[in-house]
Design a protein around this ligand. Structure first.
Ligand code: SF4
Length: 424
């Protein structure tokens, strides 16, 4: 691992003063507008909710409930130290605890708590921190942990662990990532449009935890009035040193490493993290969830999710409870169109195919993309590489795909280590 120098850390303090570039990238058609025409609503309660016990980076949580138990909305139902607690999204009865299809790139089944809602939506007693402005950072971190927060940008790394790391390593700048660079996904943009005050509140809480001097909220340059409303909320809260910075629309600019490079001109050291440079990145939705956890005592049981694509009748965004089956959300969007061909969780670049729409929405689910036949290219016969270099030109990680391809074809695994390809 390469360490960041003190000069690099000093340079990182200038984050956001100038926009830089990362290597490669692609300008893609956005396809976001189709899901941004309606205000975000909660869908009706489904008949059952299927809550996976693996929803974060780490191990499977241990169930804290048994079949036949009654649970309240927000009650802890799964726990795994040091990962994020899992809470019941509804009040109801535990119908079963069994292996079910999960929304997970592995495509495998995993242990899930199946809850039949009683329709009463009865909450546990919520315990907000009334004095968060004066609260000790450790106290804030404990509250974030007990509310089950995990990064909502996709990595679902437990938020309390990242914040503890940031506090211990002296973070000078908190970066809130609102750069939703994948086509079709619009849930963060809708959140920033509808709840800018909550994001600013979350930013202030996170800044207090880290003791950071600056907050940067990075958004795409095509996000219309989002910059104005976030800036107005920061001014209203009389919060200084919160800047909303527009960055150009190039995929994958929303990737943590690429965003750090765009804002600072620096690369995160190989094998390192942004905290090596004194930076901590959190998604804007995570910041909003932090605000709810600290000021309302509300555990993480729901999120904004985009349901979109030419394979769904009425694309839009929902505020969906974790455990809601994908099929229920698609039904609420008017169902599938006749030519639906494939379901993807996430966007067309980084998403993964979903075998069954009975799989539930989880903390990591930002988008359900239903593609039609016209969206999917027919499989093409393999062509020889002519070493034109186009793939290397666009690769944001500066890999040499043509070289990797050649080595793999010739079974030359040893030299691949030089290109950073892990051996197994
Ligand atoms: S693999 Fe890369 S270098 Fe080879 S033909 Fe394709 S784009 Fe060109």
């Amino acid at each position: 691992m390469t360490m960041a120098s003190s000069r690099q850390i000093e340079l990182a303090r200038e984050a956001g003063k100038r926009i830089h570039h990362f290597h490669g990238g692609l300008r893609l058609r956005h396809n976001k507008k189709i899901s941004c025409l309606d205000a975000v609503e909660r869908p009706p309660l489904p008949a059952v909710l299927v809550v996976p016990l693996l929803q974060h980076a780490g191990d499977v949580a241990e169930a804290l409930v048994h079949v036949g138990d009654t649970v309240l909305k927000g009650q802890p139902i799964g726990q795994c130290e040091p990962c994020a607690t899992i809470h019941s999204p509804v009040s109801g009865v535990i119908e079963s605890i069994e292996d079910r299809p999960m929304s997970h790139p592995s495509g495998q089944k995993g242990p899930c708590v199946v809850i039949r809602p009683d329709g009463k939506e009865q909450w546990i007693e919520l315990k907000p921190l009334d004095n968060w402005l004066d609260a000790d950072p450790d106290c804030l971190i404990t509250q974030i942990q007990s509310c089950g927060l995990a990064g909502l940008g996709g990595a679902v790394f437990p938020t309390h662990a990242k914040m503890r790391d940031g506090r211990d390593r002296k973070t000078h700048t908190l970066i809130l990532n609102g750069v939703e660079c994948e086509p079709y996904i619009s849930c963060d943009e809708m959140l920033m449009r509808e709840q800018p005050d909550k994001i600013i509140l979350g930013a202030r809480v996170l800044r207090r935890v880290l003791g950071a001097e600056h907050v940067i909220i990075a958004i795409e340059d095509q996000m219309g009035s989002v910059q104005r409303s976030l800036t107005a909320c920061a001014e209203f809260a009389e919060s200084e040193n919160i800047s909303v910075i527009k960055v150009p629309k190039i995929y994958p600019e929303g990737g943590e490493r690429q965003l750090v490079q765009v804002l600072t001109g620096l690369e995160v050291p190989a094998g390192g993290r942004p905290s090596d440079l004194g930076l901590i990145c959190q998604n804007v939705a995570t910041a909003a969830a932090v605000a709810e956890a600290v000021t309302e005592g509300k555990p993480l049981i729901e999120r904004y999710i985009t349901v979109t694509g030419n394979g769904v009748t009425h694309p839009r965004n929902y505020l969906a409870l974790f455990g809601t089956p994908v099929s229920h959300l698609v039904d609420c969007c008017g169902g599938y169109t006749a030519d639906v061909a494939r379901l993807v969780v996430g966007g067309p670049m980084m998403g993964y195919p979903l075998e069954s729409d009975s799989a539930p929405v989880v903390k990591a689910s930002n988008c359900i993309l239903a593609l039609s036949h016209q969206d999917i290219a027919e499989p093409q016969p393999e062509m020889p590489c002519i070493r034109c270099g186009e793939c290397a030109r666009v690769c944001p990680a500066m890999l040499l795909p043509q070289q990797l391809h050649l080595q793999i074809k010739n079974d030359l695994w040893k030299p691949l280590e030089e290109y950073g390809v892990g051996m197994h």
